[in-house]
Each structure stands twice: as structure tokens, then as C-alpha cells.
Write a protein that binds this ligand. Sequence first.
Ligand SMILES: [Zn+2]
Length: 451
Amino acid sequence: MSDKKPKSRKSVNKHEKVRISHEMSAERKKAVKDAMKDQEISKPEWDRINVSSEYKFNRKKVKPGEIRTIKLNLLKVSIGDSWPTSVCILHGKRPGPVVTIIGAIHGDELTGPSACSHLLSEALTSNGGPLDPSKIAGTVRIVPVVNTPGFKSNSRYFPDGRDLNREFPGRRTSNTTQRVAHRIYHSLIKDSDYIIDLHSAAKGRSNMPQIRADLTHSSSQRLAKSFGIEVILDSKPPKGSLRRVTNNLDIGAITYEGGGASTLDHESVQVAVNGVLNSLKTLHIIPGSPNRPRFRLLASGSTWLRAHGGGLLDMLVGAGSFVEEGDVVATISDPQTPGKSIDLKTPITGLFICSATHPFVTAGTPVGHILPITKSKNLILNQCDDESKLIVNGSLGTPVWREESDIDEISIEGEWIDGNVDSEWQKEWSLSNTSNPNLQSFELAAEEEDD
Ligand SMILES: [Zn+2]
């Protein structure tokens, strides 16, 4: 495997302040700063004195201090499958905001369903646990699997072949996915104060834990920072996405990405659980102090690493690795020309936020998505393991506690190609199941973006 030479580990002065905010485009920088100012809210933010009243969802009632799972039918039909999804409601004894946490809007992305299962475990929700409903101010709604049919068939899509996260706000009388989007929009989105949407990378790649948010939207920026992880991509939400329609309602929304489709990445799940609890603590919905990262990378652009030959790709680094310009990060060998292979070197120093996991490449195939890191290199290296992988806040044990003012914010300049974080990734490779299992074949599906 990797025979990279060990990186130098220069010690970093803990009080070193890295401020390179001038690197973001002046216009966007101003918009992000203005959004930051809007966060200065007068206290008390939520009503802390009164007692909650009953919470109603889908004509069912949840008492203050109670957890109740209520089924929501995604389709209203008298015959055929209505695809019920479970909405778990933790209704606090004190009033506060409504936060909705959503998993598996893409049915094959399992980080969300797994993280939601952990959040709803007895260890967290029982008496004295961090999500004990008697201690909650507000209402936490957890929907582990919103795309029920996609989840059951290990597919990103709805049975009509559409991407639910591109059909919002949907229409009641239109196609199947639009009807479902309309139902979710009116039942789960419109009455939320904050939405956390949990994803993984699409098939053929893996994401390091990262948040995506429009940082010019004030409450989304606040929510993004509250999650307590290092990598935040400032990205406008894709058209028709849950994040887009939520922001249009002026509701704070973030997308969390971690791991890849059809696999369980335990580190990504752990970071998601820790991040959701951090956000709920920051919003004063649950008691306790959130843990915060040593630094935050606020990125508005990236660099792509592409294969310069075809064959079988063997990645030597994975998502989350820190690489230095000229490092060999992958090899490509062509079984048709035995004995020959080529090395792929990274063109820049930076952080691999997403790495290819699919071994078939042709010249030009993107294999790595890198955030360029210049001045703050030592800050990041200081937090890497022996394999040069960034230890994400919340991925190991209990993170140290620090003040918001102790976090270094590092802006990474640039633009996303076509304004979209994932625009350069391959179209999805999907394994289509035929009635004869011996005839399984790989097919290219529609253009994929992760969130
Ligand atoms: Zn997704």
C-alpha cells in the first residue's frame, strides 16, 4: 500500500490566529459577514418560562416530555403501497424551536438512518440521557428513513426513477416523486425552525465528514457552525433540493455528508451523532455545552484530481487525508497491458474531502476532490493521525471543550465548477439487478450530486 514518506509535524502555537478571510471573493465575503451579524439575537431566544402544550403531528398528539413514533404515509392512496415512514417526535416540557433531522432522502445513503438510530437509542433518550424529552426545550423530530421504498431496495431513487431531493417543493397532482415531495414539504419542512439533512456520497465515492450550507443565509450559517466540525462548504443548494426550498422559507438548513452509499462508515455516523447533539446544545434545545473544533475551514472552492490514463484505480489515500503537492495518491494499472502502471500525483497541497471508491477509470475521470490549503497547513497537520488523516472533531472519544472565540476560521477561496460542489463527479455507477443474478451489470445512471 502507501509508501509515502512521513510528513513533518511542526508544533503549532496554540494561540496562533489564522485569518485569511480576504481570500474569499469580496462580494461573497460581505454577504457571509452580513449573515453573521444577523445572528446576534437578543435574549431570551425562546420562551423558557411557560410550559409546553401538546404537540400535534398528522392528527396525533404528543404530550410534553413524551417520545412518540407517528407514521406518515408518503402517498395518500386507497389501494397500493402508501410507503409509511416513521417520524419520531421528542416533545419537550418547555417551549422552544422545532428541529427536524432527516435521513435517507437518498435511499442508499445509510449514514443518516444509522445516526438517527443511535440518537433514538435508549442510552440517549432515557432519563438523564442527552435527549431525555423531559429536559428538552422545543421539539425534536427524527425521521430516520424518509425515502422508504429507496431504502428497502438499496436505491438512491424513488420507484419512478426520480431523485426526491430534486423535486421539492413538489405538486400534489403531479408524478409520484413530486406527490411525495409535496407531502414532505407540507408535513415536515414548512413548520420546522431548523432542518438537518443527513447524507453520504453517491455511489463510487466517499466523503469525509463535512457540512454544506449557504453561508449567506444567516440561520443556516449558525446551524452549520453549531454542528462543531472542521469542514464547511459554502454552497448554494441544488435546484429542487430540500435545502433550497427550506432556505426559500427562511428556515435554517444544512446538509451533513459522511461516508459513501450502501456502506456504513462508523466514523461518519459517530461524527453525525455528535454534531446533531452539538447543534441542539448550541440552540439551547438540550442542556450542556457543545464541543467545538480547533479550526474551521470555510471553503468556497476546490481543485479536482483526475486520472490521466485508463484502467484499474488503486487509491493510496482516502477521504479526509491531507496530501502535499507531488505526493503519489493513487496508481492506475491496465490489465490489458500487463506489468505497466502509472502514478497519480496530487497537483496541490490540501485536504481530500472526497475520494473515488470505484476502481474503473478512463483518462479524465475525477478521482479526488481537494480543498487547497496554503497558510494553515500546520494547524491541520497537527490534528492528523499517522496516516495523515484529519481527526474530525467528534470522531474519537470526548472532544475537548473550547470557546467559540478559540476557533480559527480559515477561508478557502475559489469557486465550485458550475456553482455545484459535485459537478465533476462521474455519473452514478449502479448495479442493476435483473431476474437472473448471473446477469447483473453495471449501468450509468443520471448525473449525481451528493446532497
Ligand atoms: Zn445524498
